[in-house]
Design a protein around this ligand. Structure first.
Ligand code: G6P
Length: 616
């Protein structure tokens, strides 16, 4: 949440900052601003609303400065106003600051600063930190301005409680940027004669693919031609420069109307990437290189715990069905936000998996740290290479799904499902699954990209279903067993991007409450593939039909569905069981997408939401 980009080099900073903000906008989009060094101070431009509103206000030709910082905001402290937008300047004009995170002791610090005659023009915790750095800078009268600036940032960060990713400028040290992080991501971009700082690699790739991922409690000092890394406690750190595997084109919409649409259609490729190089030569099992656990260690695991948030949590639920079925290992699933504060008594040989697209979701990160602190082995399934969760987990699996920009997760979700299915078969082969059964399941897994392409071919038909269901205000999503997590995901997609009240339930739970809502104004979507519970699902369809509810049925070509049962019938290809959840997700994504477009919603930037939730 919130996006930061800073630049120091030889080119004018403002266009680079605006381009970076556009690429980071999925992290927050209620206000934006930039500050560049200018003469004896800063030129600071801010605007409530989108980055495009800020760009309209900034005349880059009037801002030739080659060093600046900028920010796109998701409001935590203070309303969505221009005054609360970042950057914030200290009241003496010495320091400009952008910040992602929450300073928890900002009220106490504000009192101290007021007593020192600093003043405030916003309600934000960030302005407190800007003033605190300025106060401490003033108190350091020895040394050159750059050293004093760096030291003042360190001292200030030593006094704050909470989380931060920051980039700061000092009026008396033009061309220098100081960045630091604790709990909020920050990445250094290493260019030729220029350096950048950003919350996410997406903002850097148009300038450089060489990056350094900062760790918690690290401070970075940037000038056009050099950078140095140290800890807040002044120990120097040697930087590891990594190369971003994707290019700027991967972060563009291309011919698609929305990133979400693009990412839905990228799923066959994302599934290929999830599988690439991950099957044993004899095709009897998936294999994973990065789990950092030996087969004997994996065989000893007698319980698994899966944690995540949002769609990743739904993927955890799906993992439970798959792993319990194929590997016969009991699986618990927890919301990361609940697990982190619950003193859960876990079985001794529990292996914890955290799932996260961004690798930065604060609750998932905290769950990982809590499990590690209790001495459990923790692995992660993450898309974002070099992210905090990826680095702090003891091992794991990269999704290689490419950058996901749309706020509502699509390709990262199905990639998580795919990897969960592969993991289930992998663990199963270490236990009771035979060689023959392993080969059969692997052959099924390998069909996922092709089946996903067939599901995507249904897009025109799903668009006409969407046209019929655009005007409803409520919808229920129902499915049993493996299809229950998909029902939850379908409902989440619809509410987050189309703002329609939607709920997902196990179909049998219908009669324990939700059926009270059912009627002509509350359509029901059933997931009814050809599985052992199909007859039960079809009975539930009859129950809602009897009460006048319009019915959308998503089934598979091999499912015996009576003619005329549903108002709309979407028929997926027959799927091998482990990839069924992956393929069933696709019509749900398309349906929500087309309904949201019909309703004129801003699909990629749904109201109040942001991707990469880095505040609790
Ligand atoms: C936000 C996004 C969701 C995502 C969730 C978890 O809520 O809008 O699409 O599923 O965060 O994100 P993560 O990056 O941890 O998968």
């Amino acid at each position: 949440m919130c996006g930061i980009i800073g630049y120091t080099g030889e080119r004018p900073a403002a266009p680079i900052l605006l381009d970076g903000l556009r690429r980071l906008e999925y992290r927050g989009y209620d206000s934006a601003g930039l500050a560049v060094s200018s003469g004896a101070g800063f030129t600071c431009v801010r605007e409530a609303g989108r980055v495009s509103a800020l760009a309209d206000k900034v005349a880059p030709s009037s801002l030739p400065a080659t060093c600046g910082i900028s920010h796109t905001r998701w409001a935590t402290h203070g309303a969505v106003t221009e005054a609360n937008a970042h950057p914030h300047l200290s009241s003496d004009g010495c320091i400009a600051l952008v910040h992602n995170g929450v300073i928890e002791n900002h009220l106490a610090l504000r009192e101290v600063l007021l007593a020192e005659k600093f003043s405030f023009v916003s309600e934000t915790d960030t302005e407190v930190l800007a003033n605190l750095i300025a106060l401490l800078y003033r108190g350091l009268d020895e040394g050159n301005p750059v050293d004093r600036f760096t030291e003042a940032v360190r001292l200030a960060l030593g006094r704050v409680q909470g989380t931060y990713g920051i980039a700061a400028l000092c009026r008396e040290a033009p061309g220098h940027i100081i960045g630091a992080r604790l709990g909020s991501p920050l990445i250094l971009g290493v260019g030729a004669g220029e350096h950048l700082l950003a919350s996410d690699a997406a903002a850097l790739v148009s300038s450089t693919r060489n990056v350094v991922y900062l760790k918690d409690r690290e401070v970075v000092h940037l000038t056009p031609d050099r950078f140095s890394l140290s800890t807040i406690s002044r120990q120097s750190v040697s930087a590891v420069v990594s190369k971003i595997a994707w290019s700027v084109e991967d972060t563009e919409k291309g011919d698609f109307s929305h990133f979400m649409e693009k990412e839905i259609f990228e799923q066959p490729a994302a599934l290929e990437n999830a599988m690439r190089g991950r099957f044993a030569d004899d095709e009897s099992s998936p294999k994973f290189g990065g789990l950092n656990l030996t087969p004997p260690e994996l065989r000893r695991i007698d319980r698994l715990l899966f944690c995540g948030c949002g769609s990743a949590w739904h993927a955890c639920l799906s993992a439970r069905y798959l792993i319990e079925r194929y590997a016969r290992i009991p699986v618990d699933v927890e919301y990361a936000s609940e697990f982190r504060y619950r003193n859960a008594p876990l079985a001794k040989d529990t292996l914890v998996f955290v799932l996260s697209q961004s690798g930065e979701t604060i609750d998932t990160l905290a769950a990982l740290r809590e499990a590690l602190a209790k001495g459990y082995r923790v692995l992660a399934i993450v898309n974002s290479v070099g992210s905090t969760i990826a680095r702090e987990a003891e091992g794991g699996i990269y999704q290689h799904a490419g950058p996901e920009i749309g706020v509502a997760s699509t390709k990262a979700f199905t990639s998580h499902l795919m990897l969960a299915a592969m993991l289930a078969v992998y663990l199963g082969r270490m236990r009771d699954l035979s060689f023959t059964e392993g080969c059969r399941l692997v052959a099924g897994l390998r069909r996922a990209p092709g089946l996903a392409r067939q599901a995507l071919d249904l897009a025109p038909a799903i668009r006409s279903v969407a046209d019929r269901f655009t005007h409803f205000d409520d919808m229920l999503f129902l499915g049993r067993q493996q299809m229950f997590p998909l029902a939850l995901e379908g409902a989440l997609k619809l509410k987050e991007i189309a703002y329609i009240h939607a709920e997902g339930y196990p179909a049998a739970e219908l009669k324990h409450g939700p059926i009270a809502l059912v009627g002509p104004q509350c359509p029901c979507l059933f997931l009814a593939p050809n599985d052992e519970v199909l007859p039960k699902v079809l009975s539930n369809v009859q129950e809602v039909k009897a009460r006048g509810a319009p019915v959308i049925l998503i089934s598979t070509a091999d499912a015996p569905i009576p003619d005329g049962l549903a108002d709309e019938h979407i028929i997926l290809p027959a799927c091998p069981e482990p990839v069924l959840p992956v393929i069933a997700a696709i019509p749900l994504q398309l349906l929500s997408y087309y309904i949201a477009v019909n309703r004129g919603c801003d699909v990629d930037k749904p109201r109040n939401l942001a991707k990469s939730v880095t505040v609790e």
